[in-house]
Design a protein around this ligand. Structure first.
Ligand SMILES: O=c1nc[nH]c2c1ncn2[C@H]1C[C@H](O)[C@@H](COP(=O)(O)OP(=O)(O)OP(=O)(O)O)O1
Ligand SMILES: [Mg+2]
Length: 201
């Protein structure tokens, strides 16, 4: 069976990639399957820099072609924050609930029409010989006034998707994968799909 390695330890991302790749008959592996891989420090200033850092480090470590995902929430009324700092917005603990509360607090009193936001995803592909390339995907929405829904991960409970009239956390995995930043980035990647990063296992 064909397989692909995603350089992430985020279970929410892994579940979404599994659903997206299963439609193509491709098995997903992640760093949850390769525990010996290092945690990569995300020192970049952009999603692309961080995605490349993660993909390159893991591709070199495993001597395999891998994909990394660096993603986050961009809130217009907060000047683009939390942005590349989304995972650690409320501190090093990477606490989704604390991150959500911090965003809601900072947006207190901001009316719905000014709570525009987007999710951004950069996927980086790195080969063992050091070649890299990136693609981007986004998804537009609004920040709610309180968390709604229990599906998904991260900021999903406070991200309202107008075309679905629901928050991301009220969508099934299948519904989220029709419209998400991650799914949109993967569509771009398919357009430049290369046998180099899908191998027979
Ligand atoms: O679909 C999403 N739905 C809700 N929230 C999301 C989504 N996509 C990214 N996010 C948030 C979660 C985290 O706060 C940050 C990603 O940070 P990011 O560094 O890319 O991922 P991570 O550290 O959790 O895992 P890893 O680096 O191992 O892939 O943006
Ligand atoms: Mg991270």
């Amino acid at each position: 069976m064909k397989r692909v390695i995603i350089a992430t330890r985020n279970k929410g991302k892994v579940a979404e990639f599994e659903q997206l790749f299963s439609k193509k008959g491709i098995e997903v592996q992640s760093l949850l399957d390769y525990n010996e891989c290092p945690d990569v420090e995300e020192t970049g200033a952009t999603f692309a820099e961080n995605a490349i850092l993660k993909a390159k480090t893991i591709a070199q470590h495993l001597k395999e072609t891998v994909i990394a995902d660096d993603s986050g929430l961009i809130v217009d009324a907060l000047g683009g924050r939390p942005g590349v700092y989304s995972a650690r917005y409320a501190g090093e603990a990477k606490d989704d609930q604390a991150n959500i509360q911090k965003v809601l607090q900072e947006l207190e009193g901001v009316p719905f029409e000014k709570r525009t936001a987007r999710f951004h995803c950069t996927l980086a592909v790195a080969t063992p010989d050091g070649r890299t390339f990136t693609v981007d995907g986004t998804c537009e929405g609004y920040i709610t006034e309180k968390p709604i829904g229990t599906n998904g991960f991260g900021y999903d409970p406070i991200f309202y998707v107008p075309e679905k009239q629901k928050t991301m956390a009220q969508l099934t995995k299948e519904e989220k994968n029709e419209i998400s930043h991650r799914a949109n980035a993967l569509k771009r990647l398919e357009q430049i799909w290369d046998e180099a990063f899908v191998k027979e296992s």
